[in-house]
Design a protein around this ligand. Structure first.
Ligand SMILES: Nc1ncnc2c1ncn2[C@@H]1O[C@H](COP(=O)(O)OP(=O)(O)OP(=O)(O)O)[C@@H](O)[C@H]1O
Ligand SMILES: [Mg+2]
Length: 420
């Protein structure tokens, strides 16, 4: 720990990103900078000089002047998590591991288990080339925003080449775990819609804030849930300022996660605000089917949920067959039909034809108001007709476009992409 010096950040102003390429063998991703816009991470200003113009030097520790964020010492976070004890680990992602810790509710000084407030401490993988950039983007975006549907960033630590982020602890973890983790209690329809509304509101806020922010990494693992299943978006490491001066899109290297990234973005590197709407449609499809967007354990025609399920969405009878059987048909048919219409519109190939996130919120509220209780006499969908019949399908994780970092020696089955 701390022995690995972060790799220098690439020259941030000279990247040619005209032709994004997808590679599955590259073990790191470097978001490219574009002419029209930049992420906060790509902007070296206001970061204590972490990234200079040539990208050569990354000092071992630093400070970001962001009001309302506490700057923790590494020792404090070590103490809050009992030396990052393995049994405090909440999960692991591209950036590194996430641990549960305890701090005083007022001073945020480390406290004993059960005393004060619980926090989630995300600790970067020291091998991560991307760690610093994403860490900076997270602090700059999330540290600035306050919204009930964005996870609260409490503070950060940058010391001895360690980058850490401290968030409010989200009691029920990620939506991904609830939908796909083996043995997870099925979430009822009404809760799924509630979660969708919360996540949609978070995206709508980002899209309509003073400077439009494109989230770029909307997926079920980045939707966290509090004790009442209120949804909050986390992970702003890939967030990007949206187009300005009347432009429709920003041109950028392709990063994100396979399956969720919009087709126009993968094909051209043109990132639209509506590219996030596509990702939302994918997550909503995962939520109503209970199936991961990508899963190579399914029969080959069903590897990609969008390709496989899209033709069934406009057809009410076929729709019934793809809805999550764990709902045991306890959902309003009309609500399901409307949800499938909404998914189809979000997945429109042309971003212009997708709804805005504000429109998505309105549609979801209409769906939420439909409370028809289904008849108990309904016949069940024959399990053999759907990919749900084999729950082994639930075990595979999706494949990201990015590799923020290795997984600390843990086998990483994700294939990153990188653009040039
Ligand atoms: N604030 C939090 N409260 C509770 N659990 C959290 C919190 N943040 C993260 N987690 C848990 O840690 C897991 C890993 O999160 P992380 O964001 O690092 O990776 P990921 O979302 O799975 O993948 P990726 O790196 O591609 O975003 C989450 O899925 C969640 O279970
Ligand atoms: Mg995440």
């Amino acid at each position: 720990m701390g022995n690995c010096y972060p790799k220098p950040v690439n020259n941030l102003s000279s990247t040619n990103n005209s032709t994004p390429a997808i590679r599955s063998d590259v073990k790191r991703k470097e978001p490219m900078v574009q002419k029209h816009s930049h992420t906060a991470a790509e902007d070296g200003s206001d970061t204590g000089g972490a990234i200079n113009g040539s990208g050569e030097t990354v000092p071992p520790s630093g400070r970001i002047v962001t009001p309302n964020l506490k700057m923790f010492t590494f020792a404090e976070l070590r103490s809050a998590t009992r030396n990052f004890r393995p049994d405090t680990m909440l999960g692991e992602g591209g950036f590194g591991r996430v641990f549960k810790g305890w701090v005083d509710g007022v001073t945020y000084a480390p406290s004993k288990v059960g005393i004060g407030i619980a926090v989630a401490v995300k600790k970067s993988n020291p091998d991560s080339a991307q760690g610093l950039k994403e860490w900076q983007a997270e602090v700059k975006f999330l540290g600035k925003f306050s919204h009930p549907n964005l996870v609260k960033l409490i503070g950060y630590c940058w010391e001895d080449r360690e980058f850490l982020l401290v968030y409010e602890y989200m009691q029920k973890g990620s939506l991904e775990n609830h939908l796909f983790k083996k043995g997870a209690e099925p979430i009822p329809w009404s809760t799924r819609i509630k979660i969708a509304i919360g996540a949609a509101q978070g995206l709508a806020f980002l899209h309509t804030t003073e400077k439009t922010v494109i989230y770029r990494d909307f997926k079920s693992s980045n939707i966290l849930l509090d004790g009442d299943f209120n949804a909050k978006l986390s992970d702003f490491g890939l967030a990007k300022l949206g187009p300005a001066n009347g432009e429709s899109h920003v041109s950028t290297g392709v990063v994100g996660t396979y399956g969720y990234a919009a087709p126009e973005y993968i094909a051209t590197g043109h990132l639209y605000v509506k590219s996030d709407v596509y990702g939302f449609g994918v997550v909503l499809l995962e939520m109503i089917t209970g199936l991961r967007v990508l899963d190579t354990n399914r029969p080959s025609s069903q590897h990609n949920l969008v390709d496989w399920a899209r033709p069934a969405l406009p057809d009410k009878r076929r729709l019934r067959k793809i809805i999550d059987p764990r709902l045991e048909q306890d959902y309003p048919s009309k609500g399901a039909n409307k949800a499938s219409e909404l998914i189809l519109s979000c997945l429109e190939p042309d971003p212009k034809n997708r709804p805005s996130m504000e429109e998505v919120v309105v549609s979801l509220e209409v769906i939420n108001a439909i409370k028809t209780i289904p008849k108990a006499t309904k016949t069940r969908t024959p399990q053999s007709m759907s990919p749900h019949s084999d729950r082994r399908y639930q075990s595979a994780r999706q494949t990201p476009l990015k590799t923020r970092h290795g997984r600390g020696g843990v086998a990483d089955n994700r294939s990153p992409i990188r653009s040039y």
